[in-house]
Design a protein around this ligand. Structure first.
Ligand SMILES: Cc1cc2nc3c(=O)[nH]c(=O)nc-3n(C[C@H](O)[C@H](O)[C@H](O)COP(=O)(O)OP(=O)(O)OC[C@H]3O[C@@H](n4cnc5c(N)ncnc54)[C@H](O)[C@@H]3O)c2cc1C
Length: 456
């Protein structure tokens, strides 16, 4: 294998150095902490891949920084590798994905506040929460991830209809929600029939290979359970999606009678009671008319268009057309405010949004923040180009377990932007194919590594 998680995450497993000073979400305590700010206080919104990596990295670099993570969920649930749960891969259970927020906060000595952020006042340098009052900061880090944009995709649907479809056809792209559990249960309870997967219809979205990995993993489940049915993908991308060649090769080799990919479709309606989905199917990119079809489904995962989490708008920083935060050059500092950093899926750059990128960005931003708080300057271009800074694995088969991968090298371009260049390698143990057992092993190791990065 060219790369495994041990190469990428040397930091994981390093013994904790910081003194343990756990903190529970008590409003009065937090208000007192708010008054204290005015020195080295960092507040992080979002306890996901970016936020948890940042909190630990800051405390490891400078234990005198007062670090607080504010997270609305009381339990962590990882998205990466969750398609393996749907696929029924050996030994993969719900607890594989769950993390306890209080353990790393106690071990590394940062505060964990279980509350939802409702407003940000950049002038007063405070963050308002639903249950923990206002919290003051010197530096604010935003890592709130994404939200769904059903409204943009289906402008005729009212709030009730959106909620019905959200529950009936889980997108399962947002961590900490019940969607992964719901989709898993639906598969476990399904009769013979079809599973329909709808990748986001357009725009940038979280983990671009995820819908196609889900396709393979659900096909694996259907095959192993002897379910009479297909996995039908209703896509808009005409076959041009992340790791497309590698996915298509494995789909054709392993699940030729199960996966049916339709590349030129437009979903127009879902009836969650009748369990039908209506879409227009076009012959190709030039076909403007298309044919309307209605298909019955047993299980449907409709992944809506993504938009940025509303937390970025609360901060009032400059954003792009989809609401993602703009950063200052190569740094992860907001373009608008030198005391605000944006990391993870919520920031714009020309590299794919992923957990691995969120971790990479969090480490870079942590270096800049520690320097800033100590009156120094950290070169945001240092270490670029970074080779294979993003490694994204996708499971494509269960028996035997096989996976494919894409790597990205990150560099600084002349116009002052961070960009990524992708490569989908054929592994040495793949016998000329994109997939291999070694890559599947690396997938499991990578996932265990990122969980250690955040929780161990
Ligand atoms: C099915 C699937 C497979 C994936 N596979 C991979 C993979 O193989 N490799 C990879 O690198 N990445 C993968 N990803 C992508 C990865 O999960 C995301 O890119 C990563 O989680 C982004 O980190 P983040 O910190 O930006 O957001 P998140 O991890 O989503 O964290 C954001 C946090 O902010 C919290 N939050 C939001 N709003 C508020 C508020 N108002 N108040 C308080 N808290 C708030 C949320 O509850 C959440 O916990 C996958 C994703 C999916 C869905």
């Amino acid at each position: 294998m060219a790369m495994n998680r041990r190469d990428t995450f040397k930091l994981a497993g390093v013994a904790a150095a910081a003194a343990a000073m756990p903190s529970m979400a008590v409003a009065s305590e937090k208000k007192a902490a708010a008054k204290k700010a005015g020195g080295k206080s960092v507040v992080i919104i979002g306890g996901g891949f970016g936020g948890l990596t940042m909190a630990k990295a800051l405390k490891k670099k400078d234990k005198n920084i007062d670090v607080t993570v504010i997270e609305k969920n009381n339990i962590f649930m990882a998205c990466p590798f969750s398609n393996a749960l749907l696929g029924g891969l050996d030994g993969v259970t719900l607890s594989t994905f769950v993390g306890d927020y209080y353990q790393p906060s106690a071990k590394y000595g940062y505060n964990f506040v279980n509350s939802e952020v409702t407003a940000i006042d950049r002038k007063a340098k405070t963050v308002s929460t639903t249950t923990a009052g206002d919290i003051a900061y010197d530096i604010l880090v935003l890592s709130p991830g994404i939200a769904y944009d059903y409204e943009k995709q289906f402008p005729k649907w009212d709030a009730d209809k959106i909620e019905q479809v959200r529950q009936a056809c889980p997108g399962a792209l947002i961590s900490g929600s019940n969607e992964h559990v719901a989709l898993h249960r639906q598969l476990e309870n399904m009769d013979d029939g079809n599973v329909i997967i709808v990748p986001p219809a357009k725009g940038k979205f979280r983990c671009p290979p995820a819908p196609y990995e889900r396709t393979a993993m659900i096909a694996n489940y259907i095959k192993n359970e002897g379910i009479k049915g297909k996995v039908i993908v209703l896509d808009t991308r005409g076959g041009k999606f992340a790791k497309a060649k590698a996915f298509k090769e494995s789909w054709a080799d392993i699940f030729p009678d199960i996966i049916e990919y339709k590349g030129f479709t437009n979903v127009t309606d879902v009836d969650p009671v009748a369990k039908t989905i209506t879409y227009t199917e076009f012959k190709d990119a030039d076909d403007e008319k298309g044919v309307s079809k209605t298909e019955k489904y047993e299980v449907c995962s409709l992944i809506p268009i993504n938009k940025c989490s509303p937390v970025i708008a609360m901060a009032g920083v400059e954003v792009n057309a989809s609401g993602y935060g703009l950063m200052d050059g190569y740094s992860f500092r907001s373009k608008t405010d030198s005391n605000v950093y944006i990391i993870g899926d919520a920031v714009t750059h020309a590299i794919p949004p992923s957990g691995q990128t969120a971790i990479w960005g969090a480490h870079r931003a942590a270096g800049q923040i520690v320097a800033q708080l100590n009156g120094k300057v950290d070169d945001p271009k240092a270490g670029l180009p970074a080779k294979a800074a993003n490694v994204c694995f996708s499971m494509v088969g269960g028996k035997p377990e096989e996976a494919i991968m894409v790597t990205h090298t990150f560099s600084a371009d002349k116009s002052g932007k961070l960009k990524g260049k992708g490569n989908v390698p054929k592994p040495k143990d793949g016998n000329g194919k994109f997939r291999s057992k070694g890559t599947a092993k690396a997938t499991r190791e990578w996932f265990a590594g990122v969980m250690r990065e955040m929780f161990a």
